[in-house]
Design a protein around this ligand. Sequence first.
Ligand code: AMP
Ligand code: MG
Length: 322
Amino acid sequence: MIVLGIESTAHTFGVGITDGKKELANEKVTYKTTGGIHPREASQFMGKNAHVVLENALESAGLNIKDIDGIAFARGPGLGPCLRVGGTMALFLAKHYNKPIVGVNHCVAHIEVGKWELGYKDPLVVYVSGANTQILGLAGGRYRIFGETLDIGLGNAIDVLGRSLGLEFPAGPKIESLARNGKRLVELPYTVKGMDLTFSGLLTAAKKLVGKETPENIAFSFQETIFAMLVEVSERALAHTKKREVLLVGGVAQNKRLREMFEKMVKPHNAKFGSPKPEYNGDNGFMIALTGWKMLNSGIAHDKGKLNVLQDWRTNQIEIRW
Ligand code: AMP
Ligand code: MG
């Protein structure tokens, strides 16, 4: 079975193709902006580029649309106008070519592609992207959320600080390189509430340092504090669940300092630590295709008459039947 997957939750429009074993194609375009993502503008950008990405994916796989056995699309969570671009294309392809269609949860897809690449079976998952920050693990047939942010996502917090420092979106890589040259650790609010996290107080305090401290010291202090909060909660989840693998996924997982902190944390727990390669940590169509393949293969399909995207679809609402 060959499945084509479409990603369009936020800034990236991607099309991936898989036979369930290998990546056959993974093409994308990404909407660039200096401020935050403007949902309507991002969706218009996607609408303009969607057909080209689809054609490129089929071409790089050496396939015709008729060779595709099933269509998968990211149904949520994400920005409504963007989700509808991918959803509309998926529904059109499924109806026009008479293929089964399945709606994939974007967060579950990040987890599945990470497990697939690293060969992990039952990891504690730390999912850190622009909008999401969750510590999860499979229990009773679902990815249960052990802890999460109560306000903004970790990546968004980094991007907002970046904007105050005059950096372009996404600011993560630039904050990371500034932080490497930080010399002084400024004390900032450290807010862990049980198993949950809040970032807004820390962010406000860090923004107030702009002009008073060097950008390097601000970036360094911010990263050290916010990452320590995340690692603390993750360690508690690991100790409690006694899982043997820790998987760090999502855009912020690219950060080397964060990976280093996780590597140190897992050692005394005799757990493995891993994170996917950049192409899979960023939003991409292949992870949607791969998860869609698993869903279709286990008999789950979507009603072709319906296309209601789910902007706030929670990770723990999905039954993991594969
Ligand atoms: P996603 O939402 O999964 O596409 O991830 C995008 C987020 O990842 C943005 O908020 C980026 O700023 C962030 N990001 C990307 N690279 C890095 C990095 N090296 N360090 C920290 N954050 C990063
Ligand atoms: Mg994502």
